[in-house]
Design a protein around this ligand. Structure first.
Ligand SMILES: CC/C=C\C/C=C\C[C@@H](/C=C/C=C\C/C=C\C/C=C\CCC(=O)O)OO
Ligand code: FE2
Length: 665
């Protein structure tokens, strides 16, 4: 018996309130009571009321709630219910029941109090029963599907409309996304009209469409894209810093033609000096090129060799556009000393190939599709009261919807890839399949990946430096939460939901990825922390590193052509006509500009890393861990701002304030 003050907090997004009435129950260890209220929750409001309860409820464990509609169902977004208990001669006690979900229909929803997982064994099985019922319902809502064979599984949804309401964009995000799409499609139409009668036979003609959404750096790209140091810089700190690696030997594919022995000597000298680097696009070898409006496109599988200069500049030394083969046992090598248009076209082929592997492997597969596997497995295996659910859920916001939209608009039949990309038309799916076969756990963990690629401690590798710093900060945050809930390794080993989550990711979502280093169980808190750190890093920092730069590096189309309309050159006699016949046409270039702006622009409702408002945890312990996380991020922010002040090209993509808390675009 006692007096209770109950606070009902409703979400702030449009349509979060409801005209339906809400009924509440308090459920304690010894009894439960219906509060006899009929509340109409209002958007953004916290509504308090007090009740006297005669029964002895015992320690509160759940709040149950139900929305009652007379005529029209009106979904309600409940943030949380908070209850203050006034008991005789005891000070007031606050108990929080997180929700952060849509309440639809008229079913009863059970909200466990925030510390339930810690006391689950003393609850006469009540929490266990609740978890089982919750997961049964979630497994019905969140199903797996193999969208295409050979790539990670996705959520079962033909379009975003098929997703559960809790996975959907909130109104503000939806309106902004759709508005931007309309602006983009309109911009393409206007640019087509504007260029209908104009020429398209010089590189400067790209200026005719270089308006609309673009950044200051994009304007710098337009001026500097032909420069070798600007070209090399992008493999360290551009939109795709994932392929560059330090050479440990001269690549076997690099067949040195007779008469170019001095090149071989230069390469060997750089190798000996430990400053030879390479980017190998062999993954593209043999991929079927697209046919766009009846015009066959073309692909290459380049190898780029670069040297790291003492001042930190990375300069291209040689480009081989195709693998040696029976029809070309000694493919031509293109050099900086070649005629300028020849060398420029060779570099453009490298950047077109980089566009393919960036968007399909680094961006779509290694961030979006990985995050989707984390999201579906989390919804299917971890109950809402589980600490790893609470830790991860803010980093999974909107990801299922943006990925479903990608499947229906970008990589679908007739989507962006089919319309304007030379791996489109099915080749893009083969690239995804090949990239999936070489997707290792280590490659998703920067300390391992950068060590394997020889990029640790390279002064001008700003992505590498910032990625390792962020990994350490996120790792400390994860360890802080894990150590509050798993007091020893045995608790990890004996957590059935956690072990099922791990198996569901590796064996089901990633299609038996244990052969590529992914775990099928967690034997210790360290193993758990490493894996969860990888999840959060992938969903936040890594996506920021490979997504934001689309606006800067892809809107000046010649810097990263989305398609190539002529075969790669086999001689050094390259003319401007050949270059313009190869580069994307005006329509393809307009689509590339629009997509790059749409996907690379700053998201107006973005939540910065570590600054989600939802409070899934309560108490001083988790709050202190989150506070420390935010402090560490702020320290890194200041470090990066200070470093960037001395740089001609500031590296901004891993500034914590620019990292979104989940993959939403
Ligand atoms: C250029 C992107 C290439 C590959 C995809 C990589 C990652 C996925 C991407 C998510 C995109 C999600 C949705 C895009 C939907 C529509 C695109 C906008 C306008 C197209 C014009 C139209 O609607 O017809 O990560 O950012
Ligand atoms: Fe993205």
């Amino acid at each position: 018996m006692g007096r209770y003050r109950v606070r009902v907090a409703t979400g702030n997004s449009a349509f979060s309130g409801s005209n339906n009435q809400v009924q509440l129950w308090l459920v304690g260890l010894r009894a439960e009571v219906e509060l006899g209220l009929r509340l109409r929750p209002a958007r953004g409001q916290m509504e308090d009321f007090e009740v006297d309860v005669s029964e002895d409820l015992g320690p509160l464990q759940f709040v149950k709630l139900r929305k009652i509609h007379l005529l029209i169902k009106d979904a309600w977004f409940c943030n949380h219910i908070t209850v203050w208990v006034f008991e005789q001669s005891m000070e007031e006690k606050e108990i929080v029941f997180p929700c952060y979900r849509w309440v639809e229909g008229d079913g009863i929803i059970c909200l466990p109090e925030t510390t339930a997982w810690m006391i689950r064994n003393e609850s006469q099985g009540l929490f266990q029963k609740h978890q089982e019922e919750e997961l049964k319902a979630r497994r019905t809502l969140y199903g797996w599907v193999s969208w295409k064979k050979g790539i990670p599984l996705s959520v079962a949804a033909a379009s975003e409309k098929d997703l559960p309401l809790d996975a959907r964009f909130h109104e503000e995000k939806k309106v902004d996304f759709e508005r931007t799409r309309v602006v983009g499609v309109t911009e393409i139409a206007l640019k087509r009209l504007y260029t209908l009668l104009s020429s398209w036979n010089s590189l400067e003609d790209f200026d005719q469409i270089f308006w609309g959404g673009k950044s200051a750096l994009a304007k710098r790209v337009r001026l500097s894209w032909k420069d070798d140091d600007f070209f090399g810089y992008q493999f360290l700190n551009g939109v795709n810093p994932t392929l560059l690696r330090k050479s440990s030997s001269l690549p076997t594919r690099l067949v040195i033609p007779p008469g170019t022995e001095d090149l071989k000597a230069q390469l060997e000298r750089k190798l000996q000096e430990g400053c030879l680097f390479e980017v190998d696009f062999s993954l593209l070898a043999g991929i079927q090129a697209n046919v766009i409006q009846g015009e066959r496109q073309h692909l290459a599988a380049p190898l780029l060799m670069l040297k790291m200069e003492p001042d930190g500049k990375l300069l291209p030394m040689v480009i081989q556009l195709q693998l040696p083969g029976s029809d070309s046992p000694v493919p031509p090598l293109f050099l900086p000393s070649d005629p300028s248009l020849t060398w420029l076209l060779a570099k453009a082929w490298v950047k077109n190939s980089d566009f393919q592997l960036h968007e399909l492997q680094a961006h779509l597969l290694k961030t979006h599709l990985m995050a989707e596997v984390f999201a579906v497995a989390t919804m299917r295996c971890l109950p809402g009261m589980h600490p790893i659910f609470k830790l991860l859920i803010p980093h999974l916001r909107y990801t299922l919807e943006i990925n479903t939209r990608a499947r229906t608009k970008l990589i679908s039949n007739g989507g962006f890839f089919d319309q304007a990309v030379n791996t489109g038309g099915g080749g893009h799916l083969d690239v995804l399949r090949r990239a999936t076969t070489c997707l290792t756990y280590r490659s998703l963990c920067p300390p391992d990946d950068l060590a394997d690629r020889g990029l640790l401690g390279v002064p001008s590798a700003f992505y590498a430096h910032d990625a390792v710093r962020l990994w350490d900060i996120i790792s400390r945050y994860v360890q802080g939460i894990v150590q509050l809930h798993y007091l020893e390794d045995e608790v990890v080993r004996s957590d059935p939901e956690l072990q099922a989550w791990c198996r569901e990711i590796t064996e089901i979502g990633l299609c038996k990825a244990q052969e590529r280093g992914f775990p099928v169980s967690f034997q210790s808190r360290d193993e758990l922390c490493h894996f969860v750190t990888m999840c959060i890093f992938t969903c936040t920092a890594q996506h920021s590193a490979v997504n934001q730069g689309q606006l800067d590096w892809y809107t000046w189309v010649p810097n990263a052509p989305c398609t190539m309309r002529q075969p790669p050159p086999t001689t050094k006699d390259v003319t401007l006509e050949m270059v313009m016949a190869t580069m994307p046409n005006v329509h393809q270039a307009c689509i590339q500009m629009t997509i790059s702006w749409h996907l690379g622009r700053f998201q107006p409702d973005m939540v910065p890393l570590g600054h989600h408002k939802e409070q899934y945890f309560s108490g001083p312990g988790p709050q202190a861990v989150l506070n420390r996380f935010q402090e560490d991020l702020y320290t890194l922010e200041r470090e990066i701002v200070a470093r960037n002040e001395s740089l001609d090209l500031p590296y901004e993509y891993l500034k914590p304030s620019r990292i979104e808390n989940s993959i939403t675009i």
